[in-house]
Design a protein around this ligand. Structure first.
Ligand SMILES: [Zn+2]
Length: 397
């Protein structure tokens, strides 16, 4: 007898959308607002499809909810073409400069991705104006290479607290290397936000992982009780069963930024969270072999034509350090740092510190990371760090 293998339905790659709001589910009961950002990258339809499936099930079964679930589309014109972006990556446009000109209504950029940003910014501003606190943002992505699912966050205690409720690895500190992501902007204005990478762009499993994270978010934020969520255990196991190295927390140590004209090509076969040795050949470029600067795990190896990040090297943070850093931050220990030799308070308002490495010889970047600072710039012997906003406490509304 001939055996038949049922091939999984491939993801339908492109779709035309007319409304930036993908869906709302709300039963007029007070509670948090969960906003799923779907399709920030046009070649990542998985999050869009998953959100539509979840909201359909909520509507079909009329499940009780406290607060509301919303889906908002990212790069609609790029989704229509199935391409990552038009001219510029929409997820790199949320820089302080751009946000300032958008808020002051003096933004004159006319390329398509900027127009997408303007509209998305308007939509988010109007949603936040409705004052349905607290807000939780989940930015749904997929990767070019096959990957185990993971969460990435800006390292605030408020983000950590929610991120640790999922059975997933967590990567901290990508924002030091990636300017202008939407999550940076959302964190800056004081809202909790997680990035979630579900798997490979075209893998039907990515949709399942995206669905699972939305259901688990409804549970973790107490919008829907566990008893009311259909197949909660299945969604939990969907995620916990797809990870390969356990529920660890990692920090980004290195980014290989691709220079223009570098002719960067990743060596084949690397997967996310794969262990690499110091000096191991990872890619080739015009100059020859690109090697790992240190021992660690390779992260986000680039296997697509568009993008400036060749790969990252990450390292596991031990739990004891995570706990210690939480204690330091809650006691506001950072406020006394500028009394130490070689450390100067540059700006008291947003808590910028300048470190003179010649004087502060004991200095290590990791220490400032633990305290909730992000590295802003290195200049000769000087290093500038900024304390992350709303690390321990939410802003007042
Ligand atoms: Zn993406």
């Amino acid at each position: 007898m001939k055996s038949t293998v049922v091939a999984p339905t491939p993801i339908k790659k492109t779709k035309k959308y007319t409304d930036r709001i993908l869906g709302i589910y709300d039963k007029n009961t007070p509670g948090p607002t969960i906003i799923c950002i779907c399709g920030m990258h046009g070649n990542e339809p998985s999050g869009v499809i998953a959100f539509e499936k979840v909201i359909e099930q909520l509507r079909h079964q009329q499940l009780p909810i406290k607060g509301r679930l919303m889906g908002v589309l990212g790069n609609m014109s790029a989704l229509e073409k199935g391409e990552r972006y038009n001219q510029y990556d929409l997820n790199r446009l949320w820089t302080a400069e751009n946000m300032m000109s958008l808020q002051q209504d003096r933004d004159h950029r006319t390329f398509k991705d900027a127009l997408e940003q303007k509209e998305l910014h308007e939509t988010l501003t109007s949603l936040l104006g409705q004052n349905q606190h607290p807000y939780y943002f989940i930015d749904l992505h997929t990767t070019s290479a096959k990957s185990t699912p993971y969460i990435s966050i800006n390292d605030t205690l408020r983000n950590r607290e929610i991120a640790l409720r999922y059975p997933l690895p967590i990567v901290l500190g990508l924002e030091e290397h990636l300017e202008g992501t939407i999550l940076n902007y959302i964190n800056k204005i004081g809202h909790i936000s997680l990035g979630f990478e579900a798997g490979q762009h075209d893998d039907p499993l990515s949709i399942k992982n995206h669905e699972a994270i939305i259901w688990l978010t409804l549970f973790n934020t107490h919008c829907i009780s566990g008893a009311d969520i259909p197949a909660l255990k299945k969604h939990f196991e969907q995620l916990s069963g797809s990870i390969n190295k356990g529920k660890n927390v990692y920090e980004v140590r290195y980014r290989h930024a691709i220079a223009s004209g570098e002719h960067f090509t990743m060596n084949p076969g690397f997967v996310n969270f794969q262990s690499v040795k110091k000096d191991q050949a990872l890619a080739i470029n015009g100059q020859g072999s690109v090697k790992s600067p240190e021992k660690g795990l390779i992260f986000m190896p680039l296997y697509q034509s568009k993008g400036d990040d060749g790969f990252f090297i990450i390292r596991k943070i031990r739990w004891v350090w995570l706990k210690f850093s939480a204690v330091l931050r809650r006691t506001k220990f950072h406020r006394v740092l500028h009394f130490l030799p070689g450390i100067y308070r540059y700006n008291a308002l947003n808590y910028t510190l300048v470190i003179n490495k010649k004087i502060a010889k004991w200095f290590v970047v990791e220490f400032f990371h633990l305290m909730g600072f992000r590295l802003k710039r290195k200049q000769g012997n000087f290093i500038i760090f900024i304390k992350r906003e709303f690390d321990v406490d939410a802003p007042h509304h």
